[in-house]
Design a protein around this ligand. Structure first.
Ligand code: AMP
Length: 286
């Protein structure tokens, strides 16, 4: 049976004992509206840990767009059922007040450097500071041995790796899990619930485009190679925040490729009002 804790104090109380016993605690934080992608993290955590902890908290400080926050889907009943079925042991289900007892005004800022100035960082100012604020608090409560996150949010994984470094959590292992997709390739996401059936089908074009781009990519100028794929999505009615290629290790945009470094293709596009992100790793040419 899964234990639901609504306060930091309750959860920390349970976990303290297990930590002292030297048990492995696996943690997969979420914002709810759970899908198979989330469940894959729980399954991975189940394999690697003695105790599995998840959280559902729609963190206000990471939303730069108030309407995105207001429209974020909430499906608590089914979420709890899914977590229980996958064998999650503890669910932290707090209020904003419990996470931020002093309010959200004077929260710490983190020295994320370059990584928060590009891609998602550029288009969603303040987003990664918000992610760090909440993850730092969640990690203080849970103190997991392993933290499970999805490659779907590639840049977020890099930001959290930086947070672990900045906060001296050298022993905590960040496990990046593969992106789960719908049959048409659309990366599973809570925001997909806001798409119509027709839009969901159409949104398969995002991953199809990243895959086609990756297959056709050769060394040399990347802008000219990218342009037709971006155009293709625009023609189909997507509004593009960015589609680009970056160094897979640093996220530095790459405009000219020598074929020697791994790349990641990154996309953020709107379909109607819904913003969707995806990415695909492209390994160096042998
Ligand atoms: P979210 O609820 O969107 O904040 O996501 C919670 C965690 O689930 C994050 O670590 C995400 O990267 C991960 N996640 C979201 N979608 C997927 C997916 N399609 N496949 C794998 N992991 C995912």
């Amino acid at each position: 049976m899964m234990i639901i804790c609504k306060s930091q104090k309750d959860l920390a109380g349970y976990l303290k004992k297990y930590r002292e016993e030297g048990k492995k605690i696996g943690f997969a934080p979420t914002m709810g509206a759970l899908h198979e992608g989330h469940m894959s993290l729980i399954r991975r955590a189940r394999q690697a840990s003695d105790w599995v902890v998840s959280s559902i908290f729609v963190n206000p400080t990471q939303f730069n767009d108030p309407s995105d926050f207001e429209k974020y889907p909430v499906t608590l009943g089914p979420d709890i059922g899914m977590l229980e079925k996958e064998g999650c042991d503890f669910l932290y289900l707090p209020t904003v007040q419990d996470v931020y007892p002093q309010g959200t005004q004077d929260l710490p800022l983190y020295d994320l450097g370059f990584i928060e100035t590009v891609w998602e960082g550029k288009y969603r100012p303040g987003h990664f500071q918000g992610v760090c604020q909440v993850v730092d608090i969640l990690l203080k409560v849970v103190e997991p041995s392993h933290l499970f996150m999805g490659q779907k949010d590639y840049q977020q994984c890099m930001v959290v790796a930086r947070l672990l470094e900045l906060t001296g959590r050298n022993k905590m292992e960040l496990v990046v899990c593969p992106t789960l997709r719908e049959d048409n390739g659309l990366a599973m996401s809570s925001r997909n619930r806001r798409l119509s059936l027709e839009e969901r089908q159409k949104a398969g074009a995002i991953y199809a485009t990243l895959k086609a781009l990756s297959r056709s990519l050769t060394t040399g100028d990347l802008e000219t190679q990218l342009a037709p794929w971006v155009d293709g999505l625009v023609q189909q009615g997507f509004r593009i925040d960015y589609i680009g290629l970056a160094d897979a290790r640093t996220l530095q945009p790459v405009h000219h490729w020598d074929g020697k470094k791994d790349l990641v293709a990154l996309a953020a596009v709107f379909l109607g009002e819904v913003r969707l992100i995806d990415n695909l790793l492209i390994t160096a040419l042998k």
